[in-house]
Design a protein around this ligand. Structure first.
Ligand SMILES: Nc1ncnc2c1ncn2[C@@H]1O[C@H](COP(=O)(O)OP(=O)(O)OP(=O)(O)O)[C@@H](O)[C@H]1O
Length: 355
């Protein structure tokens, strides 16, 4: 039976280094949440903490209403799938999937006939029926990960934990498995926590995405919320593409190198700030007095279906990137006016933006 998870102010230190800096988040029953962040941000540490493979230096984790710290790894009944298939090489696919049920103590172990029925049902679910007699070495990487998932599901886990399960596979297989996992999740409805550093994977797969950076939870939200309304400079820079330029805020108005920046709803406090905008949210027009930001086209390049323009703005020639149709009548050196559809301002002293 799947449960909800409550992660409360979880801390984990290695010596004086904080791998998790007081992380709190709630994961609803049946939800698929991606933990997304650059290398070293604490994703795997958090996943291992949920599994009970790490002792906490602070905070707690609740499975439903039960404090998991009182429970062993075994008692937590989690299904775990790792990046590198940890299948037993000397066991067939069937025996690998049956393993978690067969090693249970006698009181909780199902009859062999029930184990067989369960394994066959899971083989059907992961679309590997007919391959139950094969050994892991006789399977492709993608098939092995499907066996690993079936094995994790066999114990009917309270929570399913996946650590970059498709990380070692090539791009196309990865894409197929992503779609397949989403489908399996819809059918089985397990509470699932999924670690990835691939934002496309997180945004496509997850109900909600938790963005981690240096042991801190920066934001948790639906893929739309994370992409359209990044809560911090880090999330703005890490998810999707953006330009960031230094500006100054005073009394609710923003200025670029002393000239007013025609943007509204400036909530940032007075002082130095950074202005963030995504390339697709920049419209390039003719210069039109104070309603547009004056810029000069510094570079143009074709990328697939679009043309990208680097446009220099302000006295210090800060660069803003814009996405244009390939037939846009524009050349390097043109003086243009910019209008921004969506943007954000953050105080300059807020968390660093580099990934
Ligand atoms: N056993 C350990 N001893 C010391 N430091 C550790 C240990 N395990 C993890 N760390 C450190 O904790 C930080 C977080 O590691 P973690 O594996 O959670 O990151 P991650 O976000 O999963 O990264 P990746 O995407 O590279 O797997 C890293 O800086 C790592 O070096």
């Amino acid at each position: 039976m799947s449960v909800d998870l409550k992660i409360r102010d979880v801390r984990k230190e290695y010596g004086s280094f904080a791998a998790l800096n007081g992380v709190s988040l709630d994961i609803r029953q049946g939800e698929l949440v991606a933990l997304l962040g650059p290398s070293g941000s604490g994703k795997t540490t958090l996943l291992r903490a949920i599994a009970g493979l790490e002792t906490l230096d602070g905070g707690k984790i609740l499975f439903g209403d039960v404090d998991a710290s009182s429970r062993s790894v075994q008692d937590r009944n989690v299904g775990f799938v790792f990046q590198h298939y940890a299948l037993f090489r000397h066991m067939t696919v069937f025996d690998n999937i049956a393993f978690g049920l067969r090693v249970r103590d006698k009181a909780r172990r199902p009859a062999e006939s029930a184990i067989k029925a369960k394994v066959l049902e899971l083989l059907e679910l992961v679309q590997l029926n007919g391959l139950e007699k094969r050994y892991p070495s006789q399977l492709s990487g993608g098939q092995r990960q499907r066996v690993a998932l079936a094995r994790a599901l066999a114990i009917e886990p309270q929570v399913l934990l996946l650590d970059e399960p498709f990380g070692a596979l090539d791009a196309q297989v990865r894409k197929d498995l992503r779609r397949w996992l989403r489908q399996i999740h819809q059918e089985t409805g397990h509470t699932t926590v999924f670690v990835t550093h691939d934002q496309e994977e997180a945004l496509e797969l997850a109900d909600r995405v938790a963005v981690l950076h240096k042991g801190d939870l920066q934001q948790i939200g639906t893929p739309d919320e994370i992409y359209d309304n990044p809560a911090t400079p880090f999330v703005y820079a890490f998810i999707g593409e953006s330009s960031a330029i230094p500006v100054t805020v005073q009394s609710g108005a923003a200025a670029l190198d002393g000239a007013p920046l025609p943007v509204s709803g400036v909530a940032a406090q007075d002082g130095p700030a950074r202005f963030f905008v995504r390339p697709q949210d920049v419209t390039v027009k003719e210069l039109n007095g104070s309603s547009t930001v004056a810029g000069t086209v510094a570079a143009l390049r074709r990328t697939g279906a679009y043309r990208r323009a680097d446009i220099e703005v302000g006295a210090h020639r800060s660069r803003i990137e814009a996405l244009l149709p390939t037939n846009a009548p524009i050349s390097v050196g043109d003086k243009v006016g910019l209008v921004f559809q969506r943007y954000a301002l953050f105080p300059a002293d807020s968390a660093p933006v580099t990934a």
